[in-house]
Write a protein that binds this ligand. Structure first.
Ligand SMILES: [Zn+2]
Length: 214
């Protein structure tokens, strides 16, 4: 019997024309979007996404290993325009910083091809849960309507919940204000790369969202 292989499709391109890929692992449960890396110097989540590609979930998994391939290649937080993509979403967007500075917002909301690719994908698939991996705070950050899902995830992953309002222009802020949008969490992994057990705990937490109450 042949294994069912998840196929990758291109959902956008970075400033430097690197493809942004999406892998769909079809399942019957709630739709879960996972973004492995939005800040190029915070890559630990990519290994979780790769492990989820091989999962046989009771969830419908939509996986973006790397939303910021230029930043990943360069080892920078920002994209190739020097924009912090997690300050470039539309909700409570405010102009901040200069190109290349740590939290540079970009000239306007969704000015960057990477954030537009994420916006269009999220509008299309309307995920019930979204996980954005970051580093290095080692907390699950959740607020408002996402708090229950965040608490559930944190318990399954063995992490602490950080209950604090969303940052201006962040992806989670935008998603948590979408009408009919689901829960969207920031998961701040510890520094460095995860070992096998660490990856397994995160995979368990993602798949466990399918059984969460909210
Ligand atoms: Zn980050």
């Amino acid at each position: 019997m042949l294994a069912t292989l998840a196929t990758a499709v291109v959902v956008g391109h970075s400033v430097q024309h690197r493809p942004i890929t999406l892998v769909h692992v079809a399942g019957t449960g709630p739709r879960i979007l996972v973004v492995g890396c939005i800040h190029g110097n915070e890559p630990a989540g990519i290994a979780i996404v790769r492990a989820l590609e091989r999962a046989h979930p009771k969830a419908d998994l939509w996986l973006v290993p790397v939303l910021n391939p230029d930043g990943l290649a360069a080892g920078t937080r920002q994209n190739a325009h020097g924009v912090d993509l997690n300050r470039n979403f539309a909700s409570l967007w405010q102009h901040f910083g200069q190109p290349g500075s740590t939290y540079y917002s970009g000239p306007r909301p969704f000015s960057e091809p990477e954030t537009r690719a994420a916006r269009d994908l999220i509008r299309r698939i309307k995920p019930r849960y979204t996980i954005w991996y970051h580093q290095h705070m080692d907390v699950v950050w959740a607020y408002g309507r996402s708090t229950a899902a965040g608490r559930h995830y944190a318990r399954l992953a063995g992490m602490r919940l950080l209950h604090r309002s969303w940052l201006a222009g962040s992806a989670t802020n935008w998603q948590n204000h979408l009408p009919n949008g689901g829960a969207s969490l920031t998961v701040e992994l510890p520094a460095g790369s995860l070992d096998r057990d660490g990856i397994r705990r995160q995979v368990r937490a993602v798949l466990g969202l399918a059984l969460a109450a909210p």
